[in-house]
Write a protein that binds this ligand. Structure first.
Ligand SMILES: C[S@@+](CC[C@H](N)C(=O)[O-])C[C@H]1O[C@@H](n2cnc3c(N)ncnc32)[C@H](O)[C@@H]1O
Length: 338
């Protein structure tokens, strides 16, 4: 256990995470986070590496584990995103949607909540890993690789959604072309992403801080794969317009890291984000740094531990961006201005 700057934490299993304002993350965790469990029983199909579990379908394409620890982190991220989105699952204006596709659905938490919100809709969540819990009757999950040819009918979906899919797609332009083809005329595509670029609301931090080092190594290592995490989101709107989407917008909302903000909502978001990073730093770097940078697992874990200390230093006033990009496929008789 590590303690500095008033923070104290252990991993999720320990469930101890006290902040310097006297609150605890336990009060912030939803029951969904605690109750989520894997429906997959044939664990033998998964790949294990340095004590973390990875997907086996299209093995190696997604460098982040699919084990319980990562599933908990995904659900923590979901709660944080909901807070930042004003309790909205999406910003696209949907009117009685019938068919919704969630690509890279993870635990399926967004898809399941959409199925409850829109009982007349059929919601499909796809992922490389079959880790989702049992869904309600109008929701189903399928193992699919969004980097391959999409198997669904064209002109079909009222909404196509992704969140945190950076690092999972080798050719974003092709992704947008396929999303356009499979959306129905008038249907929406919405993406919510958090580029791995740290910002600070305080003085410029020294570049050799372990947290900054690990983030720049992450960018460098993933750029050496064909599914980079960095430098993708800024091109989303131009890709979308180029393939034919209209009403394309990009909106950025900040996700503070830690409880340094005076705004109560941002403070709450900051609590979730600390957990997101404490749980996620190893998940996002272990395979990448050992496979691509040739580091040992011990070296990566030691760097991760150092970086966690920087996260927890509230003087740094870190924040990241949540970027929400959306656009609509025009109606067949719509006159589109170019
Ligand atoms: C960071 S998680 C986000 C999960 C979910 N969208 C959420 O926000 O709660 C990314 C998910 O995308 C999946 N994924 C990555 N690349 C993919 C691909 N090419 N096709 C389908 N799923 C993919 C991963 O397996 C993982 O479950």
């Amino acid at each position: 256990m590590y303690s500095e700057s008033g923070y104290e934490f252990s991993t999720l299993d320990g469930s101890i995470f006290d902040f310097d304002d006297g609150s605890s993350i336990a009060s912030s965790m939803s029951s969904a986070v605690r109750s989520n469990s894997s429906m997959m029983s044939n664990l033998g199909n998964y790949k294990f590496e340095h004590d973390r579990r990875y997907h086996s379908y299209r093995e190696g394409n997604w460098v982040v584990p699919n084990d319980q620890q990562e599933q908990d982190r995904m659900d923590i991220f979901h709660q944080m995103a909901l807070l930042r989105m004003g309790d909205k699952l999406h910003l696209a204006p949907l009117d009685n949607p019938r068919r919704i596709l969630d690509i890279g659905t993870g635990t399926g938490i967004w898809a399941i909540e959409m199925a409850f919100k829109y009982p007349n809709a059929r919601v499909i969540g796809t992922d490389l890993s079959p880790i989702q819990v049992s869904p309600p009757a109008n929701c189903s999950f399928e193992v699919e690789d969004a980097d391959s040819e999409w198997v669904y009918p064209t002109n079909n979906f009222d909404m196509i959604h992704t969140r945190q899919l950076l690092g999972g797609i080798s050719d974003w332009r092709r992704f947008f072309e396929q999303a356009y083809a499979h959306a129905r005329p008038g249907g929406w595509l919405e993406l919510q992403e958090t580029p791995p670029d740290p910002h600070t609301d305080g003085p410029t931090p020294p570049a050799d801080l372990p947290f900054l080092r690990i983030l720049s190594m992450f960018t460098e290592a993933s750029a050496n794969t064909n599914r980079p995490f960095a430098d993708q989101v800024s091109q989303f709107t131009s890709h979308m317009k180029a393939v034919g989407f209209v009403d394309v917008t990009s909106e950025t909302r900040r996700l503070p890291l830690g409880t340094w903000s005076t705004d109560p909502m941002e403070k709450e978001i900051g609590r979730y984000n600390v957990l997101n990073f404490v749980e996620g730093l190893e998940a996002y770097t272990l395979a990448l740094f050992t496979r691509v940078l040739g580091m040992t697992a011990e070296q990566v874990r030691s760097l991760v531990d150092e970086a966690k200390k920087d996260i927890c230093n509230r003087k740094r006033r870190w924040y990241f961006d949540l970027v929400i990009v959306r656009g609509r496929k025009p109606y067949t008789d719509e006159v589109v201005s170019t």
